[in-house]
Design a protein around this ligand. Structure first.
Ligand code: TYM
Length: 332
């Protein structure tokens, strides 16, 4: 079976609608067609120095949410990145094969580091995409389901895989990004020109999967719409309405043109009310299952230990090969 790998950072108290529609929802069907590995990337999360207690909590919440959306530990491997030390080890090897200029061109680093003073962002944040490449290459992933913002990191991953293979002989599989056009970039509800983002959106701009229905409804009703009254997809003149249409279409399976026809002549009020209900209906069961999983931390930790063991078996095999090819002495 072909392999799939993806990851999500435990950097907030919940996934948001962008994470869910752009990435995590696609992870579920891959369980049946691929050998699937999904990790909560806590090594990536420490690039911005979170409080340790908060990180521990958020890592469990993230893992519980992954199980709650339908990842089944019998059919796929869900694990925490720091439990498999090969990720950090391969990242080091790849760091040594990446040019400073090459890493410096990553737009996500430029965006994320902009809020720090000149030179104040961590070196870890700078090499973040190289750790991501290690995550993917360790498992020989063929497909990587992500949102559009990860395209450049996937290109770097392919370049590094190719470079290593060229220098040391065929070792890594070249991965392809799996990006669904219709949901590749879910926008901030308050600023439809920006993506919905854990780190840069205001709370009003984000819909969290674990949020209470009353709060979700309020945020959707207050979402920025556009001038005019027509419910119509138009990226340029109606980015706010277009974003809501995309959300409703993705969550209901109804095409955007059918939705446009349904709201013809009705204005924004009814439309937004229905979008809010669709979001509440999608999130409520996930929130309830997440809460149930978090109520038994020991069981959750055991599920993650099993995942880590399975992941480690694959990662260890890859690293044995890598160490040898790079020229490290065998370990006695
Ligand atoms: P993270 O946690 O920032 O985002 C998780 C996933 O959510 C997608 N996403 C979005 N998709 C559509 N619209 C949005 N507004 C939106 N916001 C976020 C992201 O594209 C991502 O797929 N660097 C990764 C984490 C990672 C990873 C990996 C991914 C680490 N190692 C290996 C794949 C493979 C990230 O951005 O996580």
């Amino acid at each position: 079976r072909p392999r799939v790998l993806s990851g999500i950072q435990p950097t907030a108290d919940s996934f948001h609608l962008g994470n869910y529609l752009g990435a995590v929802r696609q992870w579920v069907p891959f369980q049946d067609t691929h050998e699937a590995f999904y990790c909560v990337v806590d090594l990536h999360a420490i690039t911005v120095q979170p409080d340790p207690k908060e990180l521990r909590h958020r890592t469990r919440v993230a893992a519980a949410q992954l199980f709650a959306v339908g990842l089944d530990p019998e059919r796929c491997t869900v694990f925490v990145q720091s439990h498999v030390s090969e990720h950090a080890e391969l990242a080091w090897v790849l760091n040594c094969m990446t040019g400073m200029g090459e890493a410096g061109r990553m737009t996500q680093f430029k965006d994320k580091s902009a809020k720090y003073g000149e030179g104040a962002a961590s070196v870890g944040l700078f090499t973040y995409p190289i750790l991501q490449a290690a995550d993917i290459l360790l498992y020989h992933a063929d497909q990587v389901p992500v949102g559009a913002d990860q395209k450049q990191h996937l290109e770097l991953t392919r370049d590094l895989a190719q470079r290593f293979n060229h220098r040391h002989g065929e070792t890594f599989t070249l991965p392809s990004p799996f990006i669904l056009k219709e949901v590749e970039k879910i926008s901030d509800l308050q600023d439809p020109s920006a993506k919905m983002s854990k780190s840069s959106s205001s709370p009003q701009g984000i819909l969290d999967v674990l949020e209470q229905p009353s709060s979700l409804r309020k945020k959707v009703m207050r979402a920025v719409t556009d001038t005019g009254t027509e419910v119509k997809a138009d990226e340029v003149d109606k980015p706010g309405v277009t974003n809501l249409l995309r959300i409703q279409s993705a969550l209901t399976g109804t095409s955007i043109s059918d939705l446009e026809a349904r709201y013809a002549g009705q204005g924004y009020g009814t439309f937004k009310k229905e979008v809010a209900e669709v979001v509440v209906d999608a999130f409520t069961p996930i929130r309830e299952r997440t809460e149930a999983l978090l109520a038994d931390e020991e069981k959750l930790d055991r599920m993650l230990a099993i995942g880590a063991e399975r992941a480690r078996a694959v990662a260890a095999e890859t690293m044995t090969k890598v160490r040898d090819r790079v020229g490290f002495l065998p370990r006695g």
